[in-house]
Structure formats: C-alpha cells, structure tokens
Write a protein that binds this ligand. Structure first.
Ligand code: DGP
Length: 114
C-alpha cells in the first residue's frame, strides 16, 4: 500500500466508496464523478501507479483485472455494450496514479474519445 494513494485508501476501507466487487486481487467501486449511468473503476489491490509502470510479472494480474472488469460490466447489465478505458499519464487524463480500468456503459459512446 502507498500511504499517499487515494485508491489504496479506498481499497483499505480508510476512505468510503460504493464497492461493487472485491476479492483477494481486485476491487471495484463506483466512480464518484460518473460519466455514464454505469461507471465503475476496477483496480488491482497492488499499487502500480500507471499501466506503463507494470512489469512482466504484473501481466497476469492485469489480465485478471481486465477479465474481472468485463464480468462486472456483465453483472451491471451493460455486458453487450460498454467501454473499458485506462488513462496513462496526466495528458491522457489520468488523475489518480493507481492503475484503474474504467467501465462505462448505459449510453452511446463517441469515437474518437476526447
Ligand atoms: P482517471 O482520471 O483516469 O485517473 O480516473 C480517476 C477517477 O477516479 C475519476 O473518474 C474520478 C474518480 N475518483 C476520484 N476520487 C474519487 C473518490 O474519492 N472516490 C471514487 N469513488 N472515485 C473517485
């Protein structure tokens, strides 16, 4: 755990959140500022600041987070149409530096993303 990391504090329960899933590796909770009717953040418990910081040893973990994110989308009722987004770096829109997969669903998505 990184003591300065917001998502580490959410994972540890030190900051409250609307959790929709958790297991020994992955935690998922609703985004505080939803950009669609379904907007869930799926995170590994392990603190990895950006996806580019992951090592080869993390590859299975990231696969598990992505798999779990898709299952959560299905459980949320948006399994047939959702977007999975990972922002990497401030210029790409990353504001919390603990890897997270956004699951957005329940509305039509534009392309390319802004
Ligand atoms: P990103 O910009 O890709 O780093 O996404 C970070 C997301 O985290 C953003 O959509 C808003 C969300 N967020 C920020 N602070 C909190 C919080 O305290 N609780 C919850 N549930 N979500 C948060």
């Amino acid at each position: 755990m990184d003591e300065t990391c917001l998502f580490c504090k959410i994972i540890a329960g030190e900051i409250s959140s609307d959790k929709v899933y958790e297991d020994e590796t992955v935690v998922a909770f609703r985004d505080i500022n939803p950009q669609a009717s379904t907007h869930v953040l799926v995170v590994p418990r392990k603190h990895i600041p950006r996806i580019v910081d992951a090592t080869e040893d993390d590859s299975a973990l990231l696969g598990e987070v992505a798999y779990r994110a898709a299952q959560i989308a299905r459980k949320e009722g948006v399994g047939d149409s959702f977007r999975m987004v990972v922002n990497n770096g401030a210029d790409a829109g990353q504001s919390v530096f603990h890897v997270h997969f956004h699951i957005l669903g329940g509305r039509r998505m534009g392309w390319p993303p802004g």
